[in-house]
Design a binder for this molecule. Structure first.
Ligand SMILES: Cc1cc2nc3c(=O)[nH]c(=O)nc-3n(C[C@H](O)[C@H](O)[C@H](O)COP(=O)(O)OP(=O)(O)OC[C@H]3O[C@@H](n4cnc5c(N)ncnc54)[C@H](O)[C@@H]3O)c2cc1C
Length: 448
């Protein structure tokens, strides 16, 4: 069969901060020479590793290999903000509400399955308790626009029968130590994870149970034939009866869904360890997570020694890059903006430097659907996680594993019922249009 080349490999700008604050991880081998397995998974993120775990659970004795381009937890898995959110979290809406009440109810139930799955990983593989906390989250508001978005979302939650609590400025100060927020909307179902710690622990648990994980092994070409698939990396080839692509937006680099995937770069900064006097001046709780009331605002987390240090992590709204990369100049510009936002929220911490700044890639579709299906015989996809890749990635990974095993489950039925990602305008109109829209939305949400 014809060999198909992979058009683009992941390139990261800045370190994955969550990974950088953990002790160094042992380097895993690269794929070298010829190898074989029942199922090969491309990508060691939430989707790929969840697929591997589910395969082991459902088909004991199956041989599984995970082929990762870089290091485990260095890609978006170690770059995200670590919110595993149970509720609708539609980034393209003005208040996160999704495609309607019935759809949101099912998605919420499935998201909770993903969070339970992550909790079972922590228990079964002995991860530190600080890497997964069911602490809930707050949608913080700092303007009338933000407060209105919170009220609108609270109404949606009321209709769904979901518990939530409105917080006033005083309550927000008690949590965050900051007088910046004028209000908040607390929902209890979110788990806050140390994303790199969780992914490393999941990879370690799988490796201990016989899954072969190859780092530094970008898949550069692939082909089908002889009832299976062969993946080529710079130093090796692996043959598998079935392959799961769990590489999110790089699905397009493999030649699928071209012109239908929106590649958004998000950036984040993490402070240096806060010294005791700064912690005293800040006050508030030692660990919390705020998502912005308007999806285009800033996410902020305060973490403690249990997650790798007393620090604050801030993430800013995104921009569209079909090339799936951020330049160093783009990142420097955004870091400047994040510093301003940080100083406004935490004036007592003005002198504390950002120790790590990074950019990461997430993949949306215009109509907020994923691509979890059999693309060609024996080739499956667990990709396009939209704004909630920790949870959605876990679900699409489990779903793709089920598809590969020919299991019909609530997860497979949900994703198989989704339509194709909507077509985008051609280049460069997609980029110009999307960035103009994102800048306008970001400006509207500038206080958030
Ligand atoms: C700053 C930021 C904040 C975010 N915050 C949140 C949040 O709080 N909550 C949330 O749910 N989501 C968040 N996200 C999104 C989330 O990180 C992603 O959606 C999620 O990581 C997707 O998981 P995944 O397993 O599908 O893909 P990834 O984590 O990207 O994993 C895919 C893997 O495939 C590998 N790969 C790609 N091409 C190849 C190849 N050719 N060969 C071999 N390997 C390959 C990559 O190296 C990568 O490791 C955030 C993202 C960013 C950037």
């Amino acid at each position: 069969m014809t060999l198909r080349n992979v058009a683009r490999l992941p390139v990261h700008t800045g370190p994955a901060g969550w990974n950088a604050i953990l002790p160094p991880a042992p380097v895993l081998p690269s794929l070298a020479g010829e190898a074989g397995c029942d199922v090969a998974i491309v990508g060691a993120g939430f989707a790929g590793l969840s697929a591997a775990r589910h395969l082991l659970a459902e088909a004991p004795g199956i041989s599984v290999a995970v082929i990762e381009a870089g290091r485990v937890a260095e890609s978006s898995a170690g770059r995200n903000s670590g919110f595993m959110i149970d509720l609708p979290h539609e980034l393209t809406s003005s208040d996160y509400a999704g495609a309607g009440e019935a759809h949101d109810r099912v998605l919420t139930r499935l998201n909770r399955q993903a969070i339970d799955f992550a909790e079972s990983v922590v228990a079964d593989y002995g991860l530190p308790a600080g890497f997964f906390k069911r602490s809930g989250k707050i949608n913080g508001a700092a303007s009338t626009v933000g407060e209105q978005a919170n009220r609108s979302y609270a109404e949606h939650l009321r209709q769904m029968g979901e518990p939530h609590e409105m917080l006033d400025a005083q309550a927000m100060r008690e949590v965050t130590g900051s007088v910046y927020y004028t209000g908040g909307l607390f929902t209890p179902g979110t788990a806050l994870i140390q994303p790199a710690g969780y992914i490393r622990g999941l990879a370690g648990g799988l490796a201990a149970r016989g899954v072969r994980i190859f780092e530094g092994s970008p898949v550069t070409a692939f082909e089908s034939g002889g009832g299976g698939w062969t993946l080529t990396t710079p130093a090796g080839r692996i043959r598998a009866a079935r392959v799961i692509l769990a590489n999110n937006g790089h699905l397009e680099s493999f030649g699928f869904k071209s012109g239908r995937l929106m590649h958004i770069m998000l950036n984040a900064c993490m402070t240096a360890e806060l010294p005791p006097e700064a912690l005293r001046a800040l006050g508030g709780r030692e660990s919390w997570g705020i998502t912005p009331s308007d999806p285009m605002g800033s996410t902020v987390r305060r973490i403690s020694t249990a997650e790798g240090g007393n620090r604050i992590v801030i993430r800013q709204g995104g921009y569209y890059r079909p090339g799936m990369q951020t330049s160093a100049a783009d990142l420097a510009r955004v870091v400047h903006g994040m510093r301003r936002k940080f100083d406004r929220r935490f004036p007592t911490l003005r002198g504390i430097p950002f120790e790590h700044s990074w950019s990461g890639h997430l993949c949306l579709s215009k109509n907020a659907v994923s691509v979890m299906r059999e693309l060609e015989p024996g080739l499956y996809s667990a990709c396009v996680q939209n704004g909630l890749g920790t949870t959605r990635g876990t679900l699409t990974g489990i779903g793709a594993a089920d598809l590969a095993l020919r299991h019909n489950t609530e997860i497979t039925r949900f994703f198989l019922a989704e339509v194709e990602p909507a077509l985008l305008p051609p280049h460069p109109f997609d980029t110009i249009g999307a960035n103009a829209y994102l800048r306008w939305k970001e400006w509207q949400a500038r206080a958030e």
